[in-house]
Design a protein around this ligand. Structure first.
Ligand code: SF4
Ligand code: SF4
Length: 206
């Protein structure tokens, strides 16, 4: 019969009186360590609804949903919805790393994500949209424009849409003047890039 070595024996006795290495999960919720990549969540105060995170998500877990038709008679402002399906997420951290504000979406320490219904595994955020005064198309979100103005500083004055945003609090604009000619004075209007191109190139330069 082999006798246990003294060192192993000492370790065994020591372990009887020391704290366990493992956590008491699920009895006591385990706190993720710093840098833990858990459930990604949107943070309303930092997210501007630009949609950049959708472009870098390798799993296609984030979607930007804009209303298809922005009704003229709709009194409430149209909204962009961002949906993050964390059941599709691979926790790579790309969305957080490439978020234009750096904090709009963050990987939290939440890891206990099991659900009975996968449809519930979704994080959403809504942002007010700015629509083109000419065609009623989507420009971007109002928070995104404000963020651009702040980022560009005085350079924002080079773009009339940004100029208007920096000068006043935007109100929901009446969308659509479809079919009507674009005119030079239309330069000073909130516009999508397509209509601005028409005004600048077609109207001014013919
Ligand atoms: S601000 Fe960040 S989190 Fe929000 S839509 Fe843009 S990239 Fe995504
Ligand atoms: S962590 Fe990666 S996979 Fe998950 S939502 Fe962000 S970019 Fe997509």
């Amino acid at each position: 019969m082999k006798y246990p070595k003294l060192r192993e024996l000492g370790e065994a006795v020591k372990s009887l009186f020391s704290k366990p290495y493992t956590t008491k999960f699920p009895k006591v919720a385990h706190e993720g360590f710093d840098g833990f990549r858990g459930k990604p969540e949107f943070f309303d105060e930092y997210c501007v609804g630009c949609g950049a995170c959708t472009q870098v998500c390798p799993a296609g877990a984030i979607a930007v949903i804009d209303p298809e038709i922005i009704r003229k008679d709709n009194k409430s402002a149209p909204k962009r919805k961002l949906e993050l399906r964390y059941d599709m997420c691979n926790f790579c951290g790309n969305c957080e790393a490439h978020c234009i504000t750096e904090k709009g979406v963050q990987l939290t320490k939440k890891y206990d994500l099991a659900l009975m219904d996968r449809k519930l595994a979704v994080e959403t955020i809504e942002k007010e949209l700015v629509v083109c005064e000419m065609c009623g198309g989507t420009v971007t979100t109002i928070d995104h424009l404000r963020w651009l103005v702040k980022k560009l500083g005085t350079l924002a004055y080079g773009n009339p849409t940004l100029l208007l945003v920096s000068q006043r609090e935007l109100i929901p604009v009446q969308s659509g003047r479809k079919g009507e000619e674009l005119r030079r004075p239309d330069i000073l209007k909130v516009m999508c890039p397509k209509c601005r191109h028409k005004v600048m190139v077609k109207d001014i330069w013919g």
